[in-house]
Ligand binder design. Structure first.
Ligand code: GLC
Length: 435
């Protein structure tokens, strides 16, 4: 079996799950200016350490987070175990810069894993390849390090081998000490233009020790799926071993889904924010997506053969913002009665209709109607191809018919409307069973 086939097999559950919760949480919730605050404000570690001394999320209860994810219809979750600031939300033996050494004294990852696993939600761990706390991560000249313009760091020697060993050891801890892990989500590879010709020019692939890292990951967690941000190429006919099991477009919807060099579909996951911020932020307007936006974006991802991982950013007390909760609960109400049109579904054999989108699962085609139509509802090209049509939400029949004014559309199928409450303003879903 080639790597393409292996990857298709490994990602079967992932492509059926379709919908996940991203969780960006850490010390940066205290300044509440986003997860890049240490870099954007060029903070020294000493300045940033005030948040380490203060961090005490007294109302952190991941059971509540897990219940929300379940209620929203999410099948997996991905929590930041270490973001770019280097702070570890888990009890690592390789650093003192960890949640168990803060006032809360808790292994936050342990509690997250236990709570989400209890709700039957698959476990994803995000781990930042960047580390703005570790002395052996390049400072001066690195694109985004907080100290990248500070000349006092210009001639500092960084023991890169030491840093790579450090982060490989932490990944080993995460994949050894917390049971079965389903998703490993690395972030991110990049080039350092000001460090051309040095060992830090290309922060990707073997600079991370990617081949050895992936080999270790797969030996510890054979069924895990890994994202593509280690810098390998997932689209080659024979994808790189460190090319990842899915590609991870960020806040940008692929035009037609993701294909490899041979035009074969490959797993992908759109990650996006719910309110324009990853980490908790109060210095920017919270431009929340509506429940309708979230549902339409999820349907678009699935209609193009992809997943959607949408983010919540809990605050310094350990609570998910109220608006995020409200929106995800409303999305969950739609998912509760329309989930069959999402889970296990993918790209439809039919072209995108003008009134919305199709998703498909075998002989079931799901029509997601986003616009009301004039007269009887018409399905282009489906005359004599349908066994029956039902409103997915309540199973009500929509009878196939030939309306008096349908003469111009002999190849198209029609259903009589005439039923109460057909249109759900969020997204009306009809289940079309093929003959
Ligand atoms: C971007 C952000 C990073 C966030 C990631 C999620 O890389 O810089 O903070 O974790 O997106 O995909």
């Amino acid at each position: 079996m080639g790597r393409y086939e292996e990857r298709q097999k490994r990602t079967k559950w992932f492509e059926e799950a379709r919908f996940g919760m991203f969780i960006h949480w850490g010390l940066y919730a205290i300044p509440a200016r986003g997860e890049w605050v240490k870099s954007f404000e060029r903070m020294t570690t000493k300045e940033y350490d005030q948040y380490f001394e203060e961090f005490n999320p007294v109302r952190y209860n991941p059971k509540e987070w897990a219940k929300l994810a379940k209620e929203a219809g999410m099948k997996y979750a991905v929590l930041t175990t270490k973001h770019h600031d280097g702070f570890c939300l888990f009890d690592s033996q390789y650093t003192d810069y960890k949640s168990t050494n803060t006032k809360c004294g808790r292994d936050l990852v342990r509690e997250y894993v236990d709570a989400f696993r209890e709700e039957g939600i698959k476990i994803g761990l995000y781990y930042s390849l960047l580390d703005w706390h570790h002395p052996d991560y390049p400072h001066y000249g690195d694109n985004q390090h907080p100290m990248n313009e500070r000349v006092e760091y210009k001639d500092v020697k960084h023991n890169w081998v030491n840093y790579v060993e450090y982060f490989h050891n932490q990944v080993r801890e995460l994949l050894t000490n917390y049971g079965k892990i389903d998703v490993m989500w690395f972030d991110f590879s990049y080039d350092n233009h000001r460090l051309k010709g040095t060992e830090f020019e290309h922060m990707s692939g073997e600079t991370w020790g990617a081949s050895k890292l992936v080999e270790m990951i797969r030996s510890l967690q054979p069924d895990i799926v890994i994202d593509n941000r280690l810098g390998g190429d997932a689209r080659k006919e024979e994808p790189d071993e460190h090319g990842g099991d899915f590609v991870s477009p960020e806040c940008m919807m692929p035009a037609e889904g993701e294909l490899d060099a041979l035009g074969r579909p490959i797993p992908w996951e759109l990650c996006l924010t719910l309110n324009e911020n990853w980490g908790y932020a109060k210095n920017k307007p919270w431009d929340y997506k509506t429940p309708e936006n979230v549902i339409h974006m999820l349907v678009e991802c699935v209609s193009k053969g992809g997943n959607m991982l949408i983010n919540v950013g809990p605050n310094a007390k350990g609570e998910i913002p109220k608006d995020s909760i409200r929106i995800l609960k409303e999305v969950g109400e739609w998912m509760r009665v329309n989930g069959d049109s999402i889970y296990g579904c993918g790209k439809c054999e039919l072209a995108k209709p003008e009134w919305g989108r199709y998703t498909q699962n075998g002989k079931m085609i799901y029509a997601h109607i986003h616009e009301r139509r004039v007269g009887a509802f018409r399905f282009e090209g489906l005359q004599d191809k349908l066994k029956k049509v039902r409103i997915l939400e309540d199973g009500a029949e929509l009878k196939l018919c030939r309306p008096w004014n349908g003469g111009d559309f002999p190849k198209d199928a029609f259903v009589e409307l005439g039923v109460a409450g057909l249109y759900d303003e969020l997204d009306t879903v009809l289940e079309l069973e093929l003959l």
